[in-house]
Design a protein around this ligand. Sequence first.
Ligand SMILES: [Zn+2]
Ligand SMILES: [Zn+2]
Length: 173
Amino acid sequence: MPYADKERQHEYDRKKYLKNREKVLARSKASYYANLEKNRQYRREYAKKNREKNNAYHRHWRKNLQSSESKAHERKRASEWGKKNLDKLISRNRRYNTKYPIKYIAHVCVKLAIETGLLARPKNCSRCGASGRIEAHHPDYSLMLEVVWLCPICHKSEHLTPTPKSEPQQEER
Ligand SMILES: [Zn+2]
Ligand SMILES: [Zn+2]
């Protein structure tokens, strides 16, 4: 101990710590910016490589581990965001609909078919049997009333698995 006095020792240690802290922070900041592109690339590749694993885990989490409170909280937050950002939501939907007109038309067709009783939305997912929210999935958008009824989890995984006919695509909500 260079100082016999405890107070002085404490002050000395603190100064040393602060001086070093700035140096360490500056160094890590510099390396962060120097490797920004490299790190970004690495993260992208990592996510790509582990996509299936992450998706599987996420599916598992949603199905088995996510608490009902957490689910309710997520839903509440999304609906609150929608209420507050109605204009954003509308313009986002409009952009989406002009970008993918066939999806939009297919979506409207299903909605009308349900309203007129031409199609009935089942209570359960046709793949896993889960109840709750059931969505219409179009294997082929040109066959607008040919839908597969899926729960949100199966629906998402359906869109993430590339089929020989179609590339993986964004979901039609
Ligand atoms: Zn399902
Ligand atoms: Zn779909």
